[in-house]
Design a protein around this ligand. Structure first.
Ligand SMILES: Cc1ncc(CN)c(N)n1
Length: 234
């Protein structure tokens, strides 16, 4: 297979162009736009916080499985393992952040039950952890999962955003430059693998990318739904 020439558009950029509507549905969801324009209903934010805590916990074994696949199957395993390991390590911080944030907002994490969208997304992660799922597929999914948050929350930090001060820290968590660089490193690994893989695998990887976007949209939809008890207390 020919090496990609400098300046040539990578496979992921082609997908982003081809599936722009779906990508925008995930990264410019009404829930994100409501954070950005300050109209967010705080009970939706609290639902998101509790459900995302469950999701991030399920992300740990998934990222660990990507790490093992990089170790076993990568053509540049030293670099890839280092990148993935730093993501895995930062999940510990992320979980502590959720615990701290939940206590600030009065959300009891021990009482949280997974909603359907959360359960579906976690089961999807589990299906990607199977040993027969190729490294190319799992690194593509990992990049897609992270970039949706990075892009969405960066949007909430732009100069003209009216994000409420109490949600700035949440947006910073995924909208900071360092996380942006991290997503670029994941994209580079995924692109390198995709350039070299068979047509069959490429089709599978594109379908996996789309499934991540669908799950992200469902996750935002679920968070944006006001719980009946919140309506009753109004
Ligand atoms: C649903 C979801 N997608 C992505 C991320 C970013 N780790 C997250 N915390 N939650």
């Amino acid at each position: 297979m020919e090496e990609k020439r400098q300046g040539e558009v990578g496979i992921i950029d082609k997908w982003l162009k081809k599936h722009l509507l779906m990508y925008m549905a995930a990264t410019r969801h009404p829930m994100i736009l409501s954070i950005r324009d300050g109209s967010i209903n705080i009970s939706c934010f609290k639902t998101w916080l509790g459900q995302d805590y469950l999701f991030v916990r399920a992300l740990v074994p998934f990222v660990a499985s990507v790490l093992i696949k990089a170790w076993n199957d990568s053509d540049d395993s030293n670099t890839d393992v280092e990148v993935i390991l730093s993501g895995l390590a930062s999940l510990k911080d992320e979980i502590s952040w959720f615990q701290n944030e939940a206590s600030n907002w009065g959300v009891q994490l021990s009482h949280i039950v997974a909603h359907k969208a959360t359960g579906d997304y976690c089961r999807f992660l589990e299906s990607l952890m199977l040993p027969e799922v190729e490294f190319t597929i799992s690194i593509t999914a990992y990049w897609a999962i992270e970039v949706v948050y990075q892009d969405a929350f960066t949007h909430c930090l732009e100069d003209d955003a009216k994000t409420p001060p109490e949600l700035q820290e949440t947006c910073q968590r995924w909208g900071n430059d360092e996380f942006g660089q991290y997503c670029q490193s994941l994209k580079k690994i995924a692109n390198r693998r995709l350039e070299k893989c068979s047509d069959d695998l490429l089709v599978k990887a594109e379908a996996t990318f789309l499934r991540v976007l669908e799950h992200e949209v469902q996750f935002w939809n679920m968070s944006a739904m006001v719980e009946p008890e919140d309506l009753a207390s109004k």
